[in-house]
Design a protein around this ligand. Structure first.
Ligand SMILES: [Ca+2]
Ligand SMILES: [Ca+2]
Ligand SMILES: [Ca+2]
Length: 338
């Protein structure tokens, strides 16, 4: 089964050292509101007929957008993935979003990190469980995606150093379904990428902004992985990655259009990977058009206390929607993300 997972990994990434494969559950695609049920590429599951991806929202079941992309993953059993990352000295971090459906069908579950062994039907055979944490669904409101995760620190001399890591989710509540999204694993072998982003036409709090950074093997190539990275007050960012080799990265902010880098070899990490992101994309669909104009028109003259306040319309972050915001849209009208 491990072999099958590795073959799956090759189909979705060309990186020698990948993190979680299909951790956002965007493969396969699903039509709006609908789910698949024949398993999830990259994942091994116990419930083969009731494991799949689900494009939410869906009226009465899950009425909010996915935490990442358009799909979440679900299983009515347990599921696991062994990755090519190996246990290394230092801190390994597993993160994900755990969902609670609008109805009562989302379950509590254990989030586990293993090393060694092989994975079959959602089980780890012959491995060692390093850590776990419990997602208690009853502690959270219906229709939420709750950030969850765990860390594990391996010291020098740890007997499992060099063995592959596995993440596993185990149903343990009275209800039937694990609902998760955006599973990410960061291990100490990762290299660091950093740089400076300029959020154009913005005088607000840059440190409150998070940018989605996508990593591709080549311009236009299949997405390998992505990171949601907070910015410092000066726009500095950094993240660690398991990816190696020449990459093209792209940056997308809340109301800013996507900007791509040229080719950057990140095998040994990279610094000074900078970009300037044009503003004006109120609805974050990566084009500045009439929709953005309308969002500003609707919120025109609003302050945060106003009934028609819409933070998306305050493009320059000065807590009023006015001519300055309108001018940003006009100036960048018809611009699209790279
Ligand atoms: Ca997703
Ligand atoms: Ca837009
Ligand atoms: Ca403004």
């Amino acid at each position: 089964m491990r072999l099958a997972i590795l073959i799956g990994a090759c189909a979705t990434t060309t990186a020698a050292f990948a993190g979680i494969v299909n951790g956002g559950f965007e493969n396969p695609s699903a039509s709006a509101g609908n789910w698949t049920s024949a398993g999830i590429p990259g994942w091994s599951a116990s419930a083969t007929g009731t494991t799949g991806v689900w494009n939410i929202p869906r009226a009465t079941y899950f009425t909010i957008e996915a935490a990442e992309g358009t799909n979440i993953g679900y299983t009515n059993g347990y599921m696991a993935q062994q990755v090519t990352d190996v246990l290394a000295v230092g801190k390994t971090t597993l993160s994900l979003f755990a969902g609670r459906r609008t109805d009562n069908n989302s379950t509590s579950f254990l989030i586990e990190l293993w090393t060694g062994g092989t994975v079959t039907a959602g089980n780890v055979v012959g491995g060692t469980k390093l850590a776990d944490t419990f997602y208690n669904v009853g502690l959270f409101a219906h229709t939420t995606h709750t950030p969850m995760g765990l860390t594990y620190t391996a010291n020098v001399g740890h007997p499992q150093i060099g063995q592959p890591l596995t993440v596993r989710f185990v149903r343990s509540g009275p209800n039937e379904q694990i609902d998760i999204d955006d599973v990410q694993l960061n291990s100490p072998f990762a290299t660091a990428v950093s740089g400076q982003l300029t959020l154009a036409d913005f005088s607000g709090n840059v440190a409150a902004e998070t940018v989605t950074i996508e990593v591709r093997s080549l311009a236009g190539a299949t997405l390998e992985t992505h990171y949601n990275v907070p910015l410092s007050a000066s726009g500095a960012y950094s993240f660690t990655t398991r990816q190696t080799g020449p990459k093209v990265m792209s940056f997308k902010g809340r109301t800013w259009l996507t900007k791509k880098t040229g080719t950057v070899d990140i095998t040994a990490g990279a610094t000074g990977v900078n970009a300037a992101l044009p503003n004006g994309d109120c609805n974050s669909d990566d084009v500045v058009d009439l929709t953005d104009y309308t969002i500003i028109a609707t919120a025109f003259n609003a302050f945060p206390s106003s009934g028609n306040w819409d933070v998306r319309a305050d493009l320059n972050g000065d807590e009023v929607v006015d001519l300055t915001d309108y001018t940003i849209v006009v100036t960048n009208f018809n611009l699209v993300g790279e």
